[in-house]
Design a protein around this ligand. Sequence first.
Ligand code: FES
Length: 106
Amino acid sequence: MPKITYIDYEGNSKTIKVDNGLSVMEGAVQNDIPGIDADCGGSMACATCHIYVEENWLNKLPKAEVAEIDMIDMAYEPKKNSRLSCQIIVSEELDGLEVKTPEKQS
Ligand code: FES
C-alpha cells in the first residue's frame, strides 16, 4: 500500500498508508490530516483540498486539467507546484509522495 507524507506549513509531517484508488485528499480526510478540508467532497468545486507537491514528484503526476487549474487560481496562495489533492489518485507509482498543506485554505 503506497505511503503518502503530508507536511503542514510548520514542517510537521505525517506519513500514512493510503489504499490504491483513493485520492490524496481522501487519504488525508480519513486520517484526520489538518489543512485539507475538502468541503466539496472531491467534485473540484471548492479548492479546500489544495496542496503543494514536492518538486521531484511534479513530473510523475498526470497533468492537471484546465478545470483543476482554474480552481487552483481561487485557492489560498497558489504556486507552480499547486494541485488539488482530490484529483490525484493514489497508486503504487506514487509510493513516497510528499505533499505540503498551505497555512490556510480558502
Ligand atoms: S475537495 Fe473540493 S476541490 Fe478538491
